[in-house]
Design a protein around this ligand. Structure first.
Ligand code: FPP
Length: 254
């Protein structure tokens, strides 16, 4: 296949509608995705030469869902990290997490960090799970990191006695006069630091919006909004998505 996207982002939508349409419990839709959909997609994407595949698994807004659904999904995450973590490692798949996982329970955080650490040298494909992820939240956290680093740098200059020479105004307290945040600085403070922007974003389930998915990174992404639900996402449908992408002309404003 020509013109393979280096990075595909997937907004996984329609799990509950799929479950309802099949007369199943809400959790059955999520379970179907974890049990039957994700691994074949990852392996197929790797075979096609995709280098990064991002799945939005939990948004900063998803906490508003019914308590039982939230608990069920958290159990699903934990069970599958234990069950499938080693397999991902054996297959040479690298796992990264984006989003603020500090809100998850400590056991889940530990499992996630261990999987990221264990797979960090793998090169077959990088699978990025967006967990407790929101685009605005990511941008605000990056801004706060920038502010903290600036404060630390300013303090450091002061401590070394070079505050005035470095252009830091003593009177206004730790503010560097000539400090400007650049695009490159900012990109490195985002959760996706080191990951190329998504070339293609697929949102399953028929809704045609991003809902904050990779808000900064999607500037020049191509979008594909199929009607079918996430539990119906097969490797053949990944090919269809990539074929659709291959037809697009990307001009980046030029
Ligand atoms: C989207 O469909 C589903 C979610 C936002 C929740 C959870 C995702 C999973 C369980 C996938 C597995 C991920 C990992 C990392 C193991 P929806 O519930 O919004 O469906 P609807 O649009 O029909 O309401």
């Amino acid at each position: 296949m020509n013109n393979v996207p280096q990075h595909i982002g997937v907004i996984m939508d329609g799990n509950r509608r799929w479950a309802k349409a099949h007369g199943l419990s809400i959790l059955a839709g999520h379970r179907k995705v974890v049990d039957d959909v994700l691994e074949p997609l990852i392996e197929h994407a790797a075979k096609r030469g995709v280098k990064y595949l991002t799945f939005w698994a939990w948004s900063t807004e998803n906490w508003k869902r019914d308590r039982r659904e939230v608990q069920g999904i958290m159990r699903l995450f934990k069970k599958n990290l234990r069950k499938r973590g080693n397999r991902l490692q054996e297959k040479g798949i690298r796992v990264r997490i984006i989003g603020d996982i500090a809100t998850f329970d400590p056991e889940l955080q530990k499992l996630l960090c261990e999987l990221v650490e264990k797979t960090k040298h793998n090169t077959v494909i990088t699978v990025v799970f967006a967990l407790n992820y929101g685009g605005r939240d990511e941008i605000i956290r990056a801004m706060n990191k920038a502010i903290s680093y600036q404060l630390l740098a300013s303090l450091e200059h002061r401590r070394s006695g070079s505050a005035i020479r470095q252009g830091i105004r003593e009177d206004k307290d730790i503010v560097a006069e000539d400090w400007r945040l650049t695009t490159d600085d900012f990109v490195n403070l985002l959760d996706t630091s080191g990951i190329p922007d998504p070339d293609l974003i697929v949102r399953t389930g028929g809704e045609e919006r991003l809902s904050g998915f990779l808000l900064w990174q999607s500037e020049y992404s191509e979008f594909y909004f199929p009607k079918w639900f996430m539990p119906e996402f097969t490797p053949e449908r990944l090919d269809e998505s990539m074929e659709e992408y291959a037809k697009r002309k990307r001009r980046y404003g030029g």
